[in-house]
Ligand binder design. Sequence first.
Ligand SMILES: NC(=O)c1ccc[n+]([C@@H]2O[C@H](COP(=O)([O-])OP(=O)(O)OC[C@H]3O[C@@H](n4cnc5c(N)ncnc54)[C@H](OP(=O)(O)O)[C@@H]3O)[C@@H](O)[C@H]2O)c1
Length: 359
Amino acid sequence: MKEYRVGVVGATGMVGQRFVTLLAQHPWFHITALAASARSAGKTYEEAVGSRWAMPTPMPEAVKNMIVMDAQEVAAVASKVDFVFCAVDMKKDEIKALEEAYAKAECPVVSNNSANRFTPDVPMVVPEINAEHIEVIPAQRARLGTKRGFIAVKSNCSLQSYVPALHPLMKEFGVDKCLVCTYQAISGAGKTFETWPEMQDNCIPYIGGEEEKSEQEPLKLWGKVENGVIVPAKEPSITAQCLRVACSDGHMAAAFVSFKKKPSMEEIKERWASFSGPAQELNLPSAPKQFLHYFEEADRPQTKLDRNLEHGMAVSIGRLRPDTQYDYKFVCLSHNTLRGAAGGGVLLAELLAAKGYFD
Ligand SMILES: NC(=O)c1ccc[n+]([C@@H]2O[C@H](COP(=O)([O-])OP(=O)(O)OC[C@H]3O[C@@H](n4cnc5c(N)ncnc54)[C@H](OP(=O)(O)O)[C@@H]3O)[C@@H](O)[C@H]2O)c1
């Protein structure tokens, strides 16, 4: 496989640090630029991150002395890389402008930000679910007037557990409606217990914008490419409540589902066990071998025990049982900064590389 030079824009942040950690040993992608705000620019990566390093493993040696670039100096960053990963904490319109500036500098952008998730010709992809949406990229390039440059995004971390669990059941059984409550870790806000001490022994029943994303983004994932845009699906109806809980990493979800044609519990478990997608078929380096793992134990999955399953790229499911108001209920878990953020971004980039979009 061809190898590529990559940049991380927002490299000093929580998701950026995950990208740096994952890319330090990547077989296809090699970091040649790190960028962040003007506050960090000109410092070594080690100085710029300082005490904010929040990864469980030490900062990779190869990046410690790299000089952080100013993310706004787009031409300079773009000249050093074949594409960038982007995860920045800025206003939505500023992120949109920044991502478009990179794309227009002929530097493809694989983004973790929400700013472009509903741009109709920007594919939002979970490689096991809707890999074919990348076919909208030529239409986006035509709009942007680029030859190489484009933006592709990954979806929000909150839905990375229940959407993969629902997906293998959709076609055959028709998901009618879904109610979901998510229990989301503090790293999802770019925080640790040191930087957010109020979260110790606490639960906060509000995460700005998260419920809307949890309800709407799945419909784009299940949409279709038509005339150069992605037309979102109209169903199923999803209602969500999203809570911040005192966990460092790992978003849990409790889901309640009704079907048009009710499957048996055995049928559901069999569809989960046998499910795979293009990420597995293409043998992408970051793809979990088994995407969906079902636990028979009544007290699993647990955030602390199971979030790192298959390097944090698999989804754990458990407690499937009949419900009194919906057909079934179950719980599911995914690692929010791995599968839900940087890991999902790297997997999307691997799909784009395998399909020739960075050439
Ligand atoms: N955390 C998660 O689990 C998660 C999951 C999915 C998606 N996301 C999304 O990923 C993005 C980053 O999240 P995060 O949790 O990593 O945030 P974070 O820890 O606050 O990091 C923010 C990053 O943005 C940079 N930045 C801030 N202002 C900037 C500017 N004006 N120009 C250029 N860079 C700037 C920061 O650089 P300095 O260090 O120089 O300030 C830092 O590198 C957000 O859009 C978030 O919604 C996060």
